[in-house]
Design a protein around this ligand. Structure first.
Ligand code: EPU
Length: 417
């Protein structure tokens, strides 16, 4: 099992190129199931979650090839409607195959993904959406079993804003008969990116990126070539690192529009941020001001940046309140940060973070993807050496993060333990 070691105290400098967005690539790769023929996607990040998705698509009968950051998926050979437990348990987002399988094959049997470290993460809204489209749903032996004749457009209201739920139903509705309206839909850039790809396949989707999405179902879709949008969370992670270490870092290949909430909050901490079309320059100062943060669905501050922002607050002047409103258990990094000397008190869904002078390098354990990134950031400013164990979580969602930090001047390396 790999671990990452970071010797803290160095300033970062230079430019870093951000990769394709994991959470945009996953549904877009899965959308290939909706048509016959070769789809080609560029700027696909080389990540464990992407490989898990490809394994699942191959299991379903799709022909997939990967060359560098280009992935081709041809689902002409789609030959099973079953996504087994062994493939789904590796990655919760596998539930995204449910909608496309039902739409294409009129039936699907997909393992229930179960909870994970950050919360229970139910899929009731995915199921409710499909039921509204006319699918019959049963839960048996740990699997969702769905069947239908042809799906029929419907008016669907999501009680809670759900990103993959919106994506799943949007994909299913693209091939349904008639018009579907999704109300209280997620507005994340990944939704807009998926809708763009589906529209280029021949779907008729309007309003993606707003809370009301209208999908006029079509008979069939055709394959496309498309590029994956830049990863806004990787972008935010480098921005936070620059602010944290008082460094001057330019993030290139980014989409500044997608990280507005993060830019706003980092500016309030005192960082100087210059934004160009696809570049963001962050200059951190010697002093970090405390700022309160509340995670919200997009365009609010992303839950996927909460842990990284918290590290910044652990060494800020004064105290800040960080409220997590998306997931019920997304403070698992707190106890590891405390082992590094952070002063954090949790009460319900809020963490009171009192800034300390320095963090102290320690062996720590990553428990989920963004928590891993947060511990690496903490290591960049801690004294001595921080050893981040279980970095397979990190490899699910960041491509060569330690190499990118090393190129910016950090003393960071990977070891096999
Ligand atoms: N929810 C329900 N019922 C549902 C679906 C969701 O109650 O049927 C609740 C969840 O329990 C949660 C809230 O709704 O409290 C929001 O969850 P959402 O469904 O939006 O999360 P997700 O689609 O499972 C995606 C990202 C996550 C990101 C969240 C929130 C992908 C593949 N994953 O998850 O990314 O944190 O949206 O923005 O897009 C990550 O990349 O580290 C990551 C966890």
């Amino acid at each position: 099992m790999d671990k990452i070691l970071v010797r803290g105290g160095r300033k970062l400098a230079g430019e870093v190129q951000v990769g394709g967005a994991k959470n945009a690539a996953l549904p877009i790769l899965v959308a290939s199931l909706l048509c016959d023929g070769p789809n080609t996607f560029t700027n696909v990040p080389n990540l464990r979650d992407i490989r898990s998705t490809i394994d699942l698509l191959r299991h379903l009968g799709a022909n997939c090839t990967i060359e560098g950051n280009t992935t081709c998926v041809d689902a002409s050979g789609l030959n099973t409607h079953e996504a087994p437990y062994d493939l789904v348990r590796k990655m919760r987002a596998s539930i995204l195959v449910l909608g496309p399988l039902v739409a294409r094959l009129k039936k699907a049997r997909v393992s229930l993904p179960g909870g994970c470290a950050i919360g229970a993460r139910p899929i009731n809204l995915h199921l409710k959406g499909l039921e509204c489209l006319g699918a019959r749903i049963e839960l048996a032996h740990g699997y969702v079993e769905a069947s239908c004749d042809r799906l029929k457009g419907a008016d669907i209201y999501f009680d809670v804003v759900t990103v993959t739920g919106t994506e799943n139903i949007m994909m299913a509705a693209a091939l349904a008969e008639g018009v579907t309206i999704l109300r209280n839909a997620a507005r994340e850039p990944e939704i807009t990116a998926l809708a763009d790809v589906l529209n280029r396949m021949g779907a008729k989707i309007e309003g993606a990126g707003t809370s009301e999405v209208t999908i006029d179902g079509v008979e069939q879709l055709s394959p496309v070539n498309a590029a994956i949008i830049p990863d806004r969370i990787e972008t935010g992670t480098f921005m936070a690192a620059a602010a944290l270490t008082g460094s001057d870092v330019t993030i290139s290949g980014a989409q500044p529009e997608h990280v507005k909430a993060v830019i706003d909050q980092l500016r309030r901490t005192g960082a100087l941020i210059d934004v160009a079309e696809d570049r963001i320059r962050v200059r951190g100062g010697d002093r970090i001001e405390s700022v309160d943060v509340k995670t919200l669905p997009y365009p609010g501050f992303p839950t996927d940046m909460q842990a990284q922002f918290m590290v910044l607050m652990t060494v800020a002047q004064g105290a800040s309140l960080i409220s997590e409103t998306i997931f019920e258990n997304r403070f698992i990094h707190v106890s590891e940060l405390e082992r590094m000397g952070a002063d954090i008190t949790i009460s319900g869904n809020t963490a009171l973070v009192k800034g300390v002078k320095t963090l102290s390098g320690a062996p720590v354990m990553a428990t989920d993807l963004r928590a891993s990134a947060c511990l690496i950031l903490a290591g960049l400013v801690a004294d001595n050496t921080t050893e981040v164990n279980r970095v397979y979580h990190l490899d699910r969602g960041y491509e060569a993060l330690e190499k990118k930090f090393e190129a910016l001047g950090a003393a960071i390396w990977r070891e096999n333990s």
